[in-house]
Design a protein around this ligand. Structure first.
Ligand code: 5GP
Ligand code: MN
Length: 327
């Protein structure tokens, strides 16, 4: 098991990044690790680099205002951590990773097979990168602020301890974290359930305009660039739409896509239990987890849905254990 503090011994400058379009787990794991390292190594400098847009709902976490969103050239870091992704989803901060003396990759995505660091801790069976980090932390340096960050990443990646990535150990660790005494009901409300009025409206519109196919076992909704501009919404406003589509009774797979360039879509996939959507996303250069994955696709909406459908149908028709099939 990776010994974080041993690997950082003697390091004066440490850098940390998570994936582009960072979500609760990516942001919280970076901030949890930063605070943990500062607690254990007060004389070290620890910088977190993340690409915008960074959701503001996580601004209650320690170090949020210190996140670096610009990426000037800097002297190589002694140690650079890549959390919750592999090299290709780092965006511009990837250059710090490339230049660092030592790199460490900590992730729980099943599509990140081996890790891309000099040292790697990859566990696809754990709920979140935050939970994985917590298992690696020396509890001596975990304080209430670190606990809050870890708990947040676990809450967002497990859908408040509902998704199948939630294990009995996840619950035991969550219980331990609660002992630190932070206001978890308002944290869950703010970081998971609460939406702005605009976000609620765009969710409503996507549900209204959704289309079911494959005997109603799949449901898809999308937003083209014009509609996004009309409402003035951006990617962080779409969080939760794909899960809400998946909540429709009978839906095995939900797809949400939004246009990011001319005829270029960012695609989110969710599955109830039969289909391994990570395997499908990987076919299109993306990845993720069995029940939640994503990729980028080119073409119009109908091309994209057709291309995805082929693989979804194969798994749905194959057996109840879609995961076992070579999708
Ligand atoms: P979301 O649909 O919420 O954007 O992502 C669902 C899961 O799939 C997350 O764990 C996310 O990190 C992963 N994911 C989304 N898009 C991509 C992608 O393009 N490549 C990879 N490797 N993973 C992705
Ligand atoms: Mn994650």
């Amino acid at each position: 098991m990776l010994d974080i503090l041993k690997e950082c011994e003697g390091a004066k400058r440490i850098g940390i990044s998570g994936h582009i379009r960072p979500d609760g787990d990516a942001i919280s794991s970076c901030l949890a690790l930063r605070q943990y390292l500062l607690n254990a190594m007060p004389e070290a400098t620890v910088d977190v680099y993340l690409e915008n847009p960074i959701p503001t709902i996580f601004d209650g976490e320690i170090g949020y205002s210190e996140i670096k969103r610009e990426f000037p050239d800097a002297a190589p870091y002694d140690v650079y951590f890549v959390l919750d992704c592999s090299r290709e989803r780092l965006g511009e901060p990837g250059k710090y990773f490339d230049a660092a003396a030592k790199t460490i990759n900590i992730d729980h995505h099943e599509s990140n097979k081996t890790g891309v660091g000099d040292c790697n801790e990859i566990d696809p069976d754990i709920s979140s990168t935050c939970e994985l980090l917590y298992t690696l932390f020396d509890k001596k340096y975990v304080d209430v602020e670190v606990a809050k960050c870890i708990y947040t990443g676990m809450v967002t990646d497990t859908g408040v301890f509902q998704y199948s990535c939630t294990s009995p150990d996840t619950m035991r660790r969550a219980a331990e974290l609660m002992e630190y005494g932070f206001d978890f009901p308002s944290l869950i409300q703010r970081c998971f359930y609460e939406k702005t009025y605009l976000q609620s409206q765009i969710l409503g519109r996507c549900l209204m305009e959704s289309v079911r196919f494959m005997d109603d076992r799949c449901v898809v909704s999308w937003l083209d660039k014009r509609t996004q501009d009309f409402y003035g919404v951006v990617s962080k406003d779409f969080e939760g739409i794909v899960s809400q589509l998946r909540n429709i009774r009978g839906a095995e797979v939900s797809i949400f896509m939004y246009e990011v360039g001319n005829q270029e879509y960012k695609v989110s996939l969710r599955s109830s239990e039969k289909v391994n959507v990570a395997k499908i996303a990987e076919k299109f250069g993306g990845g993720g987890h069995a029940r939640a994955a994503g990729c980028n696709m080119s073409g119009n909406v109908y091309d994209c849905v057709n291309n995805l459908s082929k693989y979804i149908e194969k798994q749905l028709d194959a057996s109840p254990e879609g995961e076992e099939q070579d999708a």
